[in-house]
Design a protein around this ligand. Structure first.
Ligand SMILES: [Zn+2]
Length: 466
């Protein structure tokens, strides 16, 4: 039996249903799960033989949960700097057409490490670019997550509407629906673990109703429900998308998903920025969750999601950093702060508290990914714990409220990150992989991309379709 005692934290924000907080409390971890949590030390004998970690300068929160990402984009940051979504996609698709397993592995290694260093213990990835003959792309990113020690929910994404069919992506990054569905089922059989405490789960994620055909969207829904895995896609990200949807399909984006059976308590949707009041009511009625990506929405000038209205309507809302080509950094505690500030910019100072933003990054994220075993610190839950040092310069003066302080002050890197009872970050450094190797590999492949040494895609299509 392995035991670890995180001793005498400055504060613990449990994010349990009662939103319990403990000052000067400790957390006992046993075989990957939380065995005891409370003020002071555990009862005599309970922590015998434990590896004792002094946490007296740290605020402990549940490991943060990232609900939307495109890890391969880590190697294509800072592109299309002044473009909105469609112009940005048009510039980047031909670059992404050069993607292979080495690119994906290097990008996932760096991207997941970047997240871990910001306090993220569980991340998803929406990977939907599968050029033929480029190796096991999903396997490459799962290997990176295993080496790092983070909990990982990659999705098997897809696109089948290429330029030759009026779509936006070049044909080389699309696949026919039969291949998509067969490879998705194979990925689930190979990697998906439905058991409690699972480190890897797969979801089904056609890219969007504008790059995936109606047949692929509907059959993805059927496949996911037959196999008992979750569904994910992009929706209502921009006003262009809304106008296109009304013109082409005669309905709003959320209504289009509804027609396809793509709403429900097994679905989480990225963005959901441009919603009508009936859209919000429908998402709530179907218990569909939303991945809110505030920085990405601002980087692309897409708009501001109606998070206050979604939360008040009962829609589960988690946070996502989104791909690193539309949010050139991936600091998940920073995204918590960003969500709070964006909500206040739109709705005034009472629109979102620091603790509500933390809830989105923990419990909201767990709801998006369908996990009831992570997202809060309670006996019986998995031991996914982020500890932020509050003794440094940037946190001087947060003593009056250290829990809110880690959100209101400038976001700091995590000090310790524990996932499934094991260190992923210890004393501010990656515990299981050499940081210099991860960074070196990512920079080497990124240089090859810039210098044009990777496979090249076809030219971008002329304007006229999505
Ligand atoms: Zn996205």
């Amino acid at each position: 039996m392995s035991r670890m005692l995180l001793s005498r934290c400055a504060a613990i924000a449990t994010m349990d249903d009662a939103r319990t907080e403990v000052v000067g409390g400790s957390i006992l971890v046993e075989d990957g799960a939380i065995a005891w949590l409370g003020a002071g030390d555990p009862p005599a004998g309970l922590a015998d033989g434990a590896d004792v970690v002094d946490a007296s300068g740290c605020v402990a929160i549940p490991g943060l949960i990232n609900t939307h990402h495109h890890l391969y984009q880590v190697l294509t940051r800072v592109r299309a700097q002044q473009d909105g979504l469609f112009g940005w996609l048009t510039e980047l698709y031909p670059v992404w057409a050069g993607l292979d397993a080495e690119w994906v592995g290097a990008a996932a290694g760096a991207g997941l490490a970047e997240l871990a260093l910001s306090g993220c213990s569980t991340s998803t990835d929406h990977h939907y670019v599968f050029p033929a003959g480029r190796g096991d792309l999903l396997g490459a990113e799962i290997q990176a997550a295993r080496e790092l020690g983070i909990r990982f929910h990659p999705t098997r994404g897809s696109m089948d509407l290429g330029a030759s069919q009026g779509g936006l992506p070049p044909d080389v990054v699309t696949q026919d629906p039969d291949t998509v569905l067969a490879e998705t089922e194979q990925a689930i059989a190979t990697f998906h673990d439905p058991s409690p405490g699972a480190m890897v789960r797969i979801a089904v994620a056609p890219c969007s109703p504008f790059s995936a055909s109606e047949r692929l969207m509907r059959e993805s829904v059927a496949l996911a429900r037959r196999l008992g895995v979750r569904l994910h896609t992009h929706i209502a990200e921009t006003s262009d998308e809304e106008a296109f949807c009304l013109e082409r399909f005669g309905c709003r984006p959320v209504e289009l998903l509804d027609r396809m059976g793509f709403l429900g308590d097994d679905v989480w949707l990225a963005h959901a920025v441009h919603l009508s009041a009936p859209d919000i009511t429908r998402l709530a009625a179907t218990h569909t969750a939303v991945a809110h990506c505030p920085t990405s929405n601002m980087r692309l000038g897409s708009g501001t999601a109606l998070v206050r209205e979604l939360v008040d309507a009962g829609v589960p809302v988690g946070l996502g950093v989104d791909g690193s080509a539309s949010n050139d950094g991936a600091h998940l505690l920073g995204e918590v702060r960003q969500a709070m500030l964006v909500a206040r910019g739109r709705g005034g100072p009472a629109a979102m508290t620091a603790r509500e933003a933390l809830w989105l990054g923990t419990r909201g994220g767990a709801a998006c990914l369908g996990r009831d075993d992570v997202g809060s610190l309670e006996p019986g839950k998995r031991a996914d714990i982020a500890l932020f040092d509050v003794t440094g310069i940037a946190t001087a003066g947060i003593e009056a409220d250290p829990v809110a302080g880690i959100v209101l002050a400038w976001p700091q890197p995590v000090h310790h990150l524990v996932v499934e009872g094991r260190f992923v970050v210890r004393d501010g450094a990656l515990a299981n992989v050499p940081e210099a190797d991860v960074a070196g590999r990512a920079h080497r492949v990124a240089r090859q991309i810039v210098e044009g040494h990777r496979a090249t895609g076809t030219a971008a299509p002329a304007a006229g379709g999505l």
